[in-house]
Design a protein around this ligand. Sequence first.
Ligand code: ACO
Length: 337
Amino acid sequence: MEFAAKITGTGSAFPERRMTNDDIARELTKFGLETNDQWIRERTGIVERRISNVENEAELNSSLGAQAAQRALEMAGKTPEDIDQIIYATCSPDTALPSTACWLQQKIGARRAWGMDINAVCSGFVFGVVTAEQFIRSGYSKTVLVVGAEVLSHFINWQDRTVCILFGDGAGAAVVEKAPARLSRRILSSYLSCDGTLSKLLYVPAGGSAMEVTPDVYAQNLHKFRMNGRELFKVAVRTLTECALRTLEQARVPAVKLDWFVPHQANLRIIEAVANRVGISMEQVIINLDRYGNTSAATIPTALDEAIRDGRIQEGQTVLTDAFGAGLTAGAMVFRW
Ligand code: ACO
């Protein structure tokens, strides 16, 4: 017997501390560098972001993930004991080992679940939900918790003005459950891709086994993000457009029939260019990057959660999610809520 998978609950959580564009401008002047609120707003659409204090246990990646997960479970009407499997999408785990899925499992008390992390950077949540769908369709799992959470502020060189303005911290989660194959409310289509030839457009050279963080490496900030923003921008528009069109076609949903578009929140200009190419009006696009910046794997689940909770996304509506990230990874998914 064949099964489908449906999303039944979402949740999100953010650290308390707000950092505005003016705050960043003030920080940069200490290093003789300039930026300003107008430049950041016009080039990115970002107004402020949240920064976690990892000395506070409640603001660790896994703790934010746990808060988001509890909210998603509550919306789905499930308890932690109902979860069979945890998929934790992150590139900023609490620890290199064990996985953040294990830290989260003990925090929420999901005693029956097995779990693993996946690292597809900003595409992580879409990769996670599509992975959950495969386990559900094969009959292996019934109820999967997918978390997309990041504490990227700790991987940023706060003296690199093209990078430090973009990112923020936060967590989103979704409960994905088994559904009858023909149920209207289900994941309708998906498409995932990678292009490893573009890895150096955005990467962190040190901190893995390829390069230890020695004092010399530390002094050169090689354990922080290296990004070619201009090139990434162009690749992002092309890749997100291709993924969206392919997934809509596979779902047999023309863009005009789509209710909502929840794209990865990297840059408002990227989102506008993609919406325009795919034929989606900006009124149908869910945006939260103005308040949270690019929270990587957390952008899509947090934006989705906000729009479900405030009633924009209604039962029976069709939603397209579409992400790209370092790798270069990309993935899109069409589902009915
Ligand atoms: N404030 C003021 N000036 C700045 C700043 C700043 N914060 N940053 C760069 N500039 C300057 C540059 O030095 C450059 O000056 P120059 O013309 O004298 O050389 C000028 O502004 C224009 O720079 P560009 O890089 O061409 O600016 P652009 O319009 O491309 O915007 C940005 C830069 C915002 C980084 C953009 O390229 C972008 O968003 N790219 C995509 C990045 C992205 O999405 N990364 C995340 C990937 S997802 C993931 O996996 C985590």
